[in-house]
Design a binder for this molecule. Sequence first.
Ligand SMILES: [Zn+2]
Length: 109
Amino acid sequence: MLWKCGICGFVHEGAEAPEKCPKCGFPKENYAQLAEEDAKKIYDSDRTNDIHMKIVNLSMQIATLARQGIALSLDPTCVGVFEKAKDEAWTINQRSKAEIATHLANGKW
Ligand SMILES: [Zn+2]
């Protein structure tokens, strides 16, 4: 069963709501059990959100490496390749972040 804190939105998994919210510290009276449909959305999107977060993280690593390559400035062609990689990493990063934001707005987290 999933329980949601009405104060901060923290979702707890268990037979009962927690005595005290692990995020905001308010007591269990502020928790409500999520309907089966809402709980299913959260379970279904758990893995995809995790994949998006990993993609965001990898894109940041690509951008960091590309900046290092740009700084080394071996030759204009090489710098150009790193510039493109940096820009593409930004696109990948933002696309996955925007998708996560859409999931959150739809109760899929
Ligand atoms: Zn809370």
